[in-house]
Design a protein around this ligand. Structure first.
Ligand code: ADP
Ligand code: MG
Length: 352
């Protein structure tokens, strides 16, 4: 298991709320011209000079969204930021600022929150965003993190879920299912560790999967890439709950159907081999696994030439008339209805 690298333990009560805020925010200087006032007043002040503002928020709860048994706090901080930035990128926007609310019980020492903030700081640095505020409070049990992300886009660049048309191509970035299989590996190791705390797991073969689970990267690059290719998606969403439920969101919002081709779904070779090891179907994992933080979008058929050879993109299907329904065309060419299962639903199935 991942050891807590912090040896010293300073009680939260030794610092008090304001001392803690000062400590956690001391490195968070604002850098962007759009940040007029960051941390340190009653509220932040931003100026986007006539662009549209994109705003999104996510709440992560210990025991529900993360397990500190295998999630290092630094990674948790990083991932909490990614989850939010991904939503801004899914609107085809540029993420600019975040605020961070944390509630934690006094079981956490000050050093643990510093670890959490080191991950938030790293994400802010790598993704060019300012942390412009937050709130710090106590909880009776566990840790909660609520991040709000702000972004901008020109009005004509914003992409919604509702613009897909029949015959549009369905496109996904990256590959799918790895984060979910990473979680399965970590859960398995946690059980092994419970039985034998001295076991030294050899996780080398699973590095990619574990990284996708513990340190996901939001697709900051896609909006610029599409712009350079002169492609504007007709609809877009990020993949947080699994491919099938995200496809269904696009279909429902756009009032279309879909044909999704199983053999086109991008899978990393390690996902295929680990699915064999766990005796689960890799397509099911891609469809329902979740936490991939890739982008799913539709483009007009006329854009086919511009995206077909790009290694960032896989064309996995096409939209149809709404009354044709939502279908998966399997490898043996059978047409079956697409069913939505978020990974919560799948977890339940696995227990049954
Ligand atoms: P208020 O009493 O107005 O809520 P606070 O004392 O909570 O103000 O916060 C002071 C400043 O520090 C504000 O700018 C606030 O946004 C910021 N801040 C508080 N907690 C955090 C945090 N966990 N992360 C980042 N900024 C924070
Ligand atoms: Mg406050």
């Amino acid at each position: 298991m991942i050891e807590d690298s912090q040896q010293s333990r300073t009680k939260l009560s030794e610092l008090g709320e304001f001392g803690l805020i000062d400590l956690l925010t001391k490195n968070l200087d604002s850098k962007l011209p759009s940040t007029i006032k960051g941390i340190g007043d009653d509220a932040a002040v931003l100026n986007f000079e006539g662009k549209q503002t994109i705003l999104t928020t996510d709440l992560l709860v210990e025991g529900v969204h993360f397990d500190l048994a295998y999630m290092p706090l630094r990674h948790l901080g990083y991932k909490a930021v990614m989850v939010n930035l991904s939503d801004v990128y899914a609107m085809n926007g540029v993420a600019t600022q975040i605020t961070v609310g944390i509630a934690c019980s006094n079981r956490f020492p000050v050093e643990a929150l510093e670890e959490l903030y080191s991950g938030i700081e790293l994400a802010a640095k790598l993704y060019d965003i300012d942390v412009v505020g937050g709130d710090t409070t106590s909880s009776t049990k566990g840790l909660l993190i609520s991040i709000t992300a702000i972004g901008v886009a020109d009005k004509e660049d914003v992409v919604y879920r509702n613009g897909a048309k029949p015959n549009d191509l369905l496109v996904v970035t990256g590959d799918l299912g790895a984060a979910y299989m990473g979680l399965q590996i970590l859960e398995r190791e946690k059980e092994v560790f419970k039985v034998n705390p001295n076991s030294q797991p050899d996780l080398d073969a699973y590095t990619y999967l574990i990284e996708r689970q513990l340190k996901p990267e939001a697709r900051k690059d896609i909006s610029g890439l599409l712009k350079s290719l002169e492609v504007k998606p007709t609809s877009m969403i990020d993949i947080s709950d699994g491919l099938s439920s995200e496809i269904m969101h696009l279909c429902k919002n756009s009032k279309t159907g879909v044909n999704l081709f199983e053999d086109k779904i991008p899978l990393d070779p390690t996902v295929i081999s680990v699915c064999e090891e766990f005796e689960i179907d890799s397509t099911t994992i891609a469809l329902s696994g979740g936490e991939d933080y890739e982008l799913l979008f539709t483009v007009s058929q006329t854009d086919f030439e511009k995206i077909k050879a790009n290694p960032n993109f896989s064309i996995i299907g096409h939209m149809t008339e709404e009354n044709e329904g939502m279908h998966l065309i399997t490898r043996d060419n059978t047409k079956i209805p697409l069913i939505a299962k978020g990974w919560n639903a799948m977890e339940k199935d696995a227990e049954d």
